[in-house]
Design a protein around this ligand. Structure first.
Ligand SMILES: [Fe+2]
Length: 185
């Protein structure tokens, strides 16, 4: 089950460690959404392929493309380099949607005060990172994650490294953040 916390300021030690503040400062999923617009769904990892929950999300949000990626020391040549490149702060012109099927990892997102929020994801966690938000990814110390990726239409995975403040998707995101994210339910 997902866990969310504010990260410490330590940029020296391994990015795959938890990087908690002292004492730890956790956030609820509601706080995460309110601060960043990141959305979360909890799926049953044993039944999600047939129970209809994922199908409903896909239909409602218009996800027409789907594939699966595995990240591990074995799967990725130049693992150390790849880890560093995932961890480069960037944004996308579209949502980044991931459903963890196996293993675990960390998605880090910036809040409005530019603080890093760490989202630890596990099997059954589906997260939606909005277009225009600065973020990064890293594996954790288990060094293994298998995740489904979704997309509306033809997938575009292109990252734009920070600074990308003049991009229309960034401006739209900042505007939304200033107005405040509102729960639709
Ligand atoms: Fe990304």
């Amino acid at each position: 089950m997902v866990k969310v916390w504010y990260m410490d300021e330590d940029i020296v030690s391994d990015q795959r460690l938890e990087h908690h503040k002292s004492p730890p400062e956790y956030l609820s999923l509601e706080e995460l959404f309110r601060k960043t617009g990141v959305e979360y769904y909890c799926l049953n990892i044993d039944t999600f392929e047939t129970d209809g929950v994922l199908d409903k999300i896909k239909k409602e949000r218009g996800y027409t493309y789907e594939d699966q990626i595995t990240c591990s020391e074995k799967c990725l040549p130049n693992y150390a380099e790849k880890l560093k490149s995932f961890y480069t702060e960037h944004l996308h012109t579209d949502e980044e949607i991931r459903l963890v099927v196996e293993g675990s990892g960390y998605f880090d997102v910036r809040d409005s005060e530019d603080q890093w929020i760490r989202i630890a994801v596990f099997p059954g966690d589906l997260i939606i990172i909005p277009s225009g938000i600065y973020h990064r990814f890293t594996l954790d110390s288990n060094n293994y994650i298998r995740a489904k990726r979704f997309f509306i239409g033809e997938p575009v995975w292109l990252p734009y490294n920070r600074p990308a403040d003049d991009m229309p998707c960034r401006k739209e995101y900042v505007e939304k953040m200033e107005k405040g994210f509102i729960t639709v339910q």
